[in-house]
Design a protein around this ligand. Structure first.
Ligand code: ISE
Length: 327
């Protein structure tokens, strides 16, 4: 039987997920899609063959033809929608961040723990990106020794949404916060965050995070970088390094120059990661075991991101303390 997926939000990511469901998920179909902007919802529905367009996002959760939900609406709406999915007993893939506040994340973690079964996956798609997966496999293989540093760069052409400065951390650098914790297998204990006073309004911002294992993670986040979508990572270990391949596609050498292209936003860079993420999620729904980020991982990412915003605002290092994880 084909799995009926409902998508809430037909913006950049909602429409992208709708296309992925239509093209790359043979065991599933798009049962319903909703957006406050009806024209946008209709356009995404036409492109992806969604069977219903609904105005109310909670109607997607309640609809009997929807077996599982993707939440791709603005960050501040995530918590109420994910809680509604839990109440309806429906699996939910929530775009990052899991929720905008620590309290909301913890309410989701507690509600899921009370149900006694996993229903939440958070859309940290980099965990499925072949380059990061290879980096982790190399580290775990052991030939390079222990990880001591991870350098990350995250640059966008310009803000993708109505952008507030804290979102450079809570909406963008949160990807690195999650992927570095996943790669290094250790939680964070301390954050130091500074901002260039020289550049455009809110960024670049530099985050330095220390893990419980003693490694350091540096993250440059620059949302107004202008020239292209550029994500970099270099893992430094005791006996060598692993570096993500730069840019998109092959390098071209011409006229005494070596060059490669950059995308305008993150979708081309992470297209394969999104596809693998959704395919894994649908398999997880079938088997009850998910490979992606859990509600707890989503909580940790938001807790750390908010600590980093505090570190930026106060100019002082912030100690990171996590809540107690429900049994
Ligand atoms: C956006 O919301 C994403 O999730 C992208 O992956 C990220 O690179 C971008 O900075 C965010 O604004």
């Amino acid at each position: 039987m084909s799995l009926g997926i409902g998508i809430i939000g037909a913006g950049i990511m909602g429409a992208d997920h709708a296309r992925t469901v239509a093209r790359h998920l043979p065991g599933a179909h798009l049962a319903a899609i909703s957006d406050l902007d009806a024209a946008r919802a209709n356009k995404a529905a036409m492109e992806s063959g969604a069977r219903k367009v609904l105005g109310d996002p909670f109607a997607v959760v309640a609809d009997p033809s929807v077996d599982a939900v993707i939440v791709a609406s603005p960050d501040a709406t995530h918590a109420a929608l994910v809680l509604a999915c839990l109440q309806a007993g429906k699996p939910v893939l929530c775009e990052k961040p899991l929720a905008a506040t620590v309290e909301e994340c913890l309410a989701i973690v507690a509600a899921e723990a009370k149900l006694g079964k996993t229903l939440v996956q958070v859309g940290f798609m980099r965990r499925f990106d072949p380059a990061y997966v290879e980096m982790k496999a190399t580290l775990d293989g052991g030939t390079l020794g222990a990880a001591v540093l991870l350098h990350c760069v995250h640059r966008n052409v310009s803000p993708a949404y109505a952008f507030e400065p804290f979102m450079a951390i809570a909406n963008s650098a949160v990807h690195e916060i999650d992927i570095a914790r996943w790669l290094l297998g250790s939680d964070y204990v301390r954050a130091i965050v500074t901002r260039s006073r020289k550049a455009r309004p809110a960024d670049p911002i530099l985050l330095t995070l220390e893990t419980a294992s003693g490694a350091l993670v540096s993250i440059e986040v620059f949302i107004n970088a202008g020239y292209g979508y550029d994500v970099r990572g270099e893992l430094v270990c005791e006996q060598g390094t692993v570096t993500l391949a730069p840019g998109l596609g092959n390098a071209i050498r011409h006229a005494r120059t070596d060059s490669f292209g950059f995308a305008a936003d993150w979708r081309p860079r992470f297209a394969e990661a999104y596809r693998l993420e959704l395919q894994s999620w649908v398999r997880g729904i079938g088997g009850g075991q998910y490979e992606g980020a859990s509600a707890w991982d989503g909580y940790v990412a938001t807790e750390v991101a908010i600590a980093c915003v505090r570190a930026l605002d106060t100019g002082a290092p912030v100690e990171i303390q996590l809540a107690e994880r429900p049994a």
